[in-house]
Design a protein around this ligand. Sequence first.
Ligand code: 7TS
Length: 413
Amino acid sequence: MVSVVSPVLDIEEIRSQFPVLHQKVNGQPLIYFDNAATNQKPKRVIDALTSYYSGYNANIHRGIHTLAEKATRAYEDTREAMRSFINARSVEEIIFTRGVTESINLVAASYGRTFLKAGDEVIISGLEHHSNIVPWQMVCEEKQANLKVIPITESGEIDIEAFQKLLSGNTKIVAVNHASNSLGTINPIASIISMAHQVGAVVLVDGAQAAAHLEIDVQALDADFYCISSHKMFGPTGTGILFGKKELLEQMPPYMGGGEMIKDVTFAKTTYNNLPYKFEAGTPNIADVVALREAVNFIKELGKENIATHEDGLLKHAQDGLSSLAKVKLIGTSEQKVSVQSFVVDGIHHFDIGQMLDARGIAVRTGHHCTQPLMESFGLEGTVRASFSVYNTREEIEVMVEGISKIIWKLGR
Ligand code: 7TS
């Protein structure tokens, strides 16, 4: 497939780094537009996994032998790389988890259970993924706290005036995403944090959809907690981070007990390890963490600004193409978006569109995207979602738009 070369990035060269892209699916060249679910991995990330297992697999922090030291160094190098990636003050503030879901659950279970009291309020938005809804429902139910939801506008943005009205002395936690997985909306996270701080609430930011697209500076944002999944930023599945301000993490009890998170254990009493190890019980996903470092390097070398410029072009091209089809309605039309476009087709179920695109080698997501309440607020059961990454091209979008127009012609008459 001939690619339009982005003004700064050589997309054809970038594509050559992704082995999975070079295959046929159902007899057609794969067009992968499910990047919001998980994006693909460059060869350097895959190679890092292989070289860890074939060269220096060992358990970390505990051994004094050479392999254990090498594995520990590689693991801790990624911690430093992630610290720098989000500009945290210290590596003590970077906790490895299985990803955003575990990071949010950790904060809800540890911070939430410790500090929420009956009558307190937790505020989330109508744009949240189930993983930023359910953990808060669970802890609110347990502590008899109240969960409040910021309504969203027709274009799929957080209603900031409504948020201001919800804030009060009872607000203890605000948990919102940096960018929406279903609609792509980029939320005004700096304002949300500063408004929440004025009433003394702490703010957790779900950065799942931001990490591969937006600059993240937790100090400039003054975020209290920030959550990232490796697999949405070209890294392996099964790992990610929780950033937390040191002074908050220090006040929080451990989330899980076990090896590594302790200083001393007796049957009478256990004392806990220092940060960040207090929150890292057991043997972690060492190989995946080690390989995440390569994903960070990949993003840094391309430059997030360059990635964003290319993806913005793709998004605009998709919006123009899809809007040219009479029966297609775009869902999520905020001015500020990452490269995610949801849409519905009048008279044709989203699953049918998804299946028929798959028959053409085009991978899109269909359904509620783990945002059932958001879908409900649009009166929908689900959408088709196309989400783009740095290795996608305008030609691929044209193939998708043409595919949809043929499906409409075939089914919609
Ligand atoms: N928050 C957001 C905004 C997400 O997009 C996702 C995953 C999560 C949290 C959970 O992240 P995990 O890595 O712990 O699973 N989103 C999607 C999606 O849109 N389709 O599949 C997974």
